[in-house]
Design a protein. Structure first.
Length: 187
């Protein structure tokens, strides 16, 4: 079950309502619900359905927001070991372990299925891009050869999410191999 501390004032009513909504969505997705609608979510969260209709255009928007919150964490720091290879390896292994958890897998698949058209950006990948940029910047400052941020996203992060979305195995060794492959591009 997913219990996300929603943005806003800590302990405020709006925060409690949003947390209840996110938790409700998490329980429905985690329970394999086949019918997720605003009235079903609202009843489970103990709120009026108009609360949902005012904030989100449709259920898919809400599912995507909850999935993004489940798959990323505000302020999540990246490893700083003094070596890009070790930083990327630890980072990839943490992501692999996290998104391979059954409750995270359900969120990832819900987010993918909620998309009905191509999008210009994805907040999950935006977060991963910021994290990769930070590691690449530090590696540049140390004088290490580095792949581009786009290479890291395309050759480490995207394959991890792809494997999870399609129920392919994801483990530490797979994450390590992806990092070795992307670093081989600059050696």
């Amino acid at each position: 079950m997913f219990n996300h501390e929603a943005p806003g004032r800590a302990g405020g009513r709006a925060n409690r309502v949003l947390t209840a909504i996110y938790t409700s969505v998490g329980e429905l997705v985690g329970g394999g619900a086949t019918k997720i609608s605003f009235p079903v979510i609202a009843e489970r969260a103990g709120v009026n359905p108009t609360t949902l209709y005012r904030r989100w255009a449709d259920v898919n928007d809400l599912l995507e927001e909850v999935a993004i919150a489940a798959l990323t964490r505000d302020g999540e720091s990246v490893p700083d070991t003094g070596s890009l290879e070790e930083d990327l390896t630890q980072w990839a292994m943490v992501i692999a372990t996290d998104i391979a958890r059954p409750e995270r897998t359900r969120y990832l698949r819900a987010m993918v299925s909620a998309r009905v058209e191509m999008v210009a950006n994805c907040p999950v990948m935006d977060t991963r891009q910021e994290q990769a940029s930070e590691m690449v910047r530090r590696a540049h400052e140390r004088g290490e050869p580095t792949p581009t941020v786009l290479q890291i996203l395309d050759h480490v992060i995207a394959p991890l999410y792809h494997h999870v979305a399609f129920a392919l195995e994801v483990d530490d060794e797979y994450a390590r191999r992806l990092v070795r492959d992307v670093l081989a591009m600059v050696r």
